[in-house]
Design a protein around this ligand. Structure first.
Ligand code: SF4
Length: 171
């Protein structure tokens, strides 16, 4: 026991220092929270569809739920059914076998619906482009309100994209 305590005292703290307060992030988070409160009564439901992503974009989307970005704290949550969603978040180029599924998901979301295309693949087809297996950009299949470029786009860019989408419908 004493040996372990001595070792702990000798080793010191090995964890990373927590990130400092980011003013840009805090400002965007506040604007997002206000916009959700004004436009959606305090809760924004997002349905995410992976239309053919490499999963790099998904890692950044998952990071939005960590304590640093704390998307749920702003009133945003991901839902399983498109019928419960206000916004559709699409990653990847649209592979041909996901084309119908994406269209049906879009149609199932009640009006007024917002669509955010995520990543270079979602915006332009990215590395994959258009081919026998890919329709390329999301806009080739369904209407898109906001495109968030990047490979992958960081969580902060995703938050800004969501905010832009909401703001575009606030008149
Ligand atoms: S934009 Fe980059 S990270 Fe995102 S799905 Fe395409 S290749 Fe992967």
């Amino acid at each position: 026991m004493y040996k372990i305590i001595r070792q702990i005292l000798q080793s010191g703290i090995k964890t990373e220092t927590p990130p400092g307060i980011d003013d840009a992030l805090r400002c965007t988070a506040q604007r997002l929270e206000n916009a959700i409160l004004e436009r959606f009564g305090g809760a924004l439901a997002i349905r995410h569809v992976d239309a053919g992503s490499c999963n790099g974009c998904e890692l950044e989307i998952h990071a939005l739920s960590n304590p640093y970005y704390n998307l749920e704290g702003l009133g945003i949550h991901f839902v399983a059914s498109p019928r419960h969603a206000d916004m559709l978040l699409v990653t990847g180029p649209v592979s041909r076998h996901m084309e119908t599924a994406l269209q049906r998901t879009y149609e199932a979301i009640p009006e007024p619906k917002l669509v955010v295309a995520v990543g270079d693949c979602g915006c332009s087809g990215g590395l994959f482009g258009e081919s026998y297996a890919s329709r390329g950009r999301v806009a080739s299949v369904i209407p898109v309100d906001v495109a968030v470029p990047g490979c992958p786009p960081p969580p902060f860019a995703l938050m800004q994209g969501i905010l832009t989408g909401i703001s575009s419908r606030m008149g």
